[in-house]
Write a protein that binds this ligand. Structure first.
Ligand SMILES: Nc1nc2c(ncn2[C@H]2C[C@H](O)[C@@H](COP(=O)(O)OP(=O)(O)OP(=O)(O)O)O2)c(=O)[nH]1
Length: 203
């Protein structure tokens, strides 16, 4: 397969997310990954009164710029996803109990997933945020328990909402508005448009 990538070196993804890496590889792009090594909670605490969208952008920028500083000349992508319900920000559940609490609060409501991407090239950062709106079914605690038993702790803890839409999480929803890749945490269409505009893609 001839990759569409025209860059001199593989894309450098400043992320520990296997999901994000898979999304880029599924687009036939050569990817290297490096952990950003930034303290997200510290950035969030310092961010003070940022909106969820601004917080996602600040975290994506911090991750990308931290890795770009270590690899001058590379095209670096950082990303962050924030789940917001009525302005309250949710973080990845630390265990099944936390996931159960999250889902009880999200059930029957519409929440936003703000997926921010920071693209760093030649010392400049291009930042954008895409939002998906997800309406979760009303779920009794028995339904939530059955979902958690089906999904399992590893899958539940791997994503900010406690669900993986391409997995059993799909059962939780009435409607999903927004691009699938935005839900998974790396909005591909606007990212590819920017890489194409920079002359980094063959087509
Ligand atoms: N496979 C899958 N992953 C999802 C889904 N929704 C969210 N995620 C994942 C993508 C990200 O890995 C994670 C969002 O959390 P973060 O933006 O903090 O990224 P994470 O800490 O995983 O990695 P990073 O900070 O980039 O090193 O949740 C989904 O529906 N399916």
């Amino acid at each position: 397969m001839t990759s569409p990538w025209l860059g001199p070196a593989p894309l450098l993804l400043a992320s520990t997310s296997a999901t994000r890496r898979l999304l880029l590889e599924s687009a036939a792009l050569p990817v290297e990954t490096e952990s950003p090594g930034v303290d997200e909670r510290e950035i969030e605490a310092a961010a003070g009164s940022l909106s969820p969208v601004e917080l996602a952008g600040a975290l994506a920028r911090a991750k990308a710029e931290a890795v770009a500083a270590r690899h001058p000349g590379r095209v670096v992508i950082g990303a962050d996803q924030v789940l917001a319900l009525d302005g309250t920000v949710f973080h990845k559940p630390t265990d099944l109990g936390a996931a159960r609490d999250h889902l009880a609060r999200l059930a029957g409501r519409t929440h936003a997933l703000h997926s921010a991407v920071a693209l760093v090239r030649d010392g400049s950062t291009d930042l954008f945020v895409e939002t998906a709106q997800l309406t979760m079914r009303p779920l009794a605690k028995e339904g939530i328990a059955a979902y958690l038993a089906c999904a399992g702790e590893a899958r539940v803890r791997a994503s900010v909402g406690g669900y993986q839409l391409e997995g059993p999480g799909i059962h939780l929803f009435e409607t999903v508005e927004g691009d699938h890749s935005t839900v998974l945490g790396l909005p591909l269409l606007p990212l590819l448009a920017r890489l194409r505009a920079a002359g980094l893609l063959r087509f």
